[in-house]
Write a protein that binds this ligand. Structure first.
Ligand code: ADP
Ligand code: MG
Length: 483
């Protein structure tokens, strides 16, 4: 029988480890080492890099599923551009999540403050990633891709996946940023324009971001100066120009004589509470939001990316629940049915009929085994799985349950592979998660889409014993597809 991937003998394993560990570094498929591998004291200047965890073989992936996910991406881009333009809908989402989620509440306040003053920038940039797993019932039904989540902020690995898949994601994502840089128009303040990457201090996934930056630097016409700015230093190094235009000005600390006008802000931070340790961090976000820079994402688009929105979209229509997708994609019935086929069951935990039913499931020691409970958070490590759900829910005040959603677990067919992580091979069953990137630029006011592209793919794989899939979080690894 032909077995894929092949069983490795110890010497084949050693040889492949040797090859892969050099190839990854030579091609920039790298991360900063986790402190469990290199303690901070051993690398106080942060000069070390190590191979990102990878599978030795591309994982088998049904090509119908891959094509289904690729084909629907531009419709997803359009959907989320449209949701971002629908303030009433998002206001209702924020209300539904309730006062129990302070983070989302604070974000929304920023939108309200800027709205009162009036937005000066109506164009918006989305660098999206829609994540899927292949679903197959226990009875061996035809496999289908089902969406895990849709990311509207800090969608990572577009830079590194270029290397594993050689599909040029970084170039296509960078081209979205470049397009926004052009859409911004000429500088208003006579200062040269730039793009700003907002990052977290001590980011281990820095090379993923660097690949995007290097791609942008290849642009000759226009030339695009790119700077990295830690989220915590926004107020220190940027200001808003005098006058009604509210251009964002950036003074790089390393070039004291220079001022740049920021055309595009690309956020690889700001997606979770840890980036907002105090009120000044919220002021910094407000400061960016009211500026004329094109933001990726705006507060509205960030809120559009909540799991609550995903749940509302996936909730089937009933007499009391009118069709939702046609509200955002009027007249696009083909697109709507393609989107719907990627949804799996997601329930609210509120006091609606669906919510009360979901509460029963979540608290039932048997039924809960097929579900995952999610708060409105990004970045991995926040979900509660299976039998841990009832106890967890009981520990949360009932008034806060509305800020969670309950999602049916997607069950992929079994796949085997070998993962090389921190120099060691791990062999066994794996679970693959496909991410499809999309770039989109739209005008909030004119309600037009100016740019819409599918921008490559990412396959992340984790051991089948691990619930979370984030590579940076230390559980998953980079993979590519064998269709
Ligand atoms: P985050 O915003 O933290 O990335 P996700 O919704 O992507 O949250 O969930 C994190 C991980 O949990 C996913 O990468 C996936 O491995 C797993 N997961 C999430 N939802 C499901 C699901 N419905 N079925 C199976 N696994 C899931
Ligand atoms: Mg995720």
């Amino acid at each position: 029988m032909w077995v894929y991937p092949p069983e490795l003998t110890p010497s084949e394993g050693e040889r492949l480890t040797e090859v892969v560990k050099d190839w990854t570094i030579a091609h920039g498929l790298a991360v900063r080492p986790p402190p469990t591998v290199i303690p901070n004291e051993a690398d106080p200047s942060g000069i070390l890099a190590t191979a990102a965890p990878v599978t030795l073989f591309p994982s088998p992936f049904p090509d119908v599923c891959f094509n289904q996910a690729v084909a629907v991406q531009k419709t997803y881009n359009e959907l989320y551009a449209s949701i971002s333009q629908n303030e009433d809908f998002l206001a209702q989402i924020v209300k539904d999540i309730g006062d129990s989620d302070e983070f989302i509440g604070e974000l929304w306040k920023i939108h309200l403050r800027v709205k009162e003053e009036g937005y000066v920038q109506h164009k918006s940039l989305g660098l999206f990633r829609s994540d899927y797993m292949v679903h197959q019932d226990a009875n061996g039904s035809v496999p289908q891709v089902k969406q895990v989540e849709f990311n509207t902020i800090a969608s990572s690995f577009g830079g590194l996946s270029t290397q594993t898949s050689l599909l040029h994601d970084a170039a296509r994502l960078a081209s979205g940023i470049r397009q926004a840089f052009i859409e911004y128009g000429p500088s208003f303040t006579a200062h040269e324009k730039c793009a700003l990457f907002l990052v977290q201090g001590g980011e281990r996934n820095v090379f993923d971001q660097r690949h995007l930056e290097y791609e942008l630097q290849k642009s000759q016409d226009p030339v695009i100066p790119v700077f990295r700015l830690p989220f915590s230093e926004i107020l220190q190094h940027t200001s808003i120009a005098d006058g009604a235009g509210r251009q964002l000005l950036y003074k790089p600390p390393q070039l004291p004589a220079h001022t740049f006008e920021v055309a595009v802000i690309y956020m690889r931070s700001g997606y979770g509470p840890s980036d907002y340790p105090d009120q000044s961090a919220w002021e910094a976000r407000y400061h960016l939001e009211r500026s004329a820079a094109i933001k990726c994402p705006t507060v509205l688009t960030q809120v559009a990316g909540t799991k609550k929105v995903q749940q509302v979209l996936a909730t089937p229509e009933t007499p009391s629940n009118p069709p939702i997708l046609s509200r955002f994609l009027p007249g696009n019935s083909t697109g709507i049915s393609e989107l719907s086929s990627t949804f799996t069951n997601i329930y609210p935990l509120d006091e609606t009929e669906a919510g009360l039913k979901a509460r029963k499931i979540a608290l039932d020691p048997e039924l809960c085994k097929s579900y995952v409970l999610k708060p409105q958070r990004e970045g991995g490590g926040n979900n509660v799985y299976r039998t841990a759900i009832p106890e967890f829910l009981k520990s949360v005040p009932e008034a806060h349950w509305t800020s969670y959603i309950l999602m049916e677990l997607i069950t992929p067919p079994p796949v085997r592979n070998v993962i090389l992580r921190n120099g060691k091979l791990e062999q066994g069953g794996v679970i693959c998660e496909l991410g499809i990137y999309g770039t989109c630029i739209w005008d909030q006011q004119a309600k037009t889409v100016l740019h819409n592209e599918q921008a490559g793919y990412l396959l992340r794989t984790k051991g089948d014993k691990s619930e979370e899939g984030g590579v940076a979080a230390g559980f998953g690894c980079m993979d590519s597809v064998a269709l």
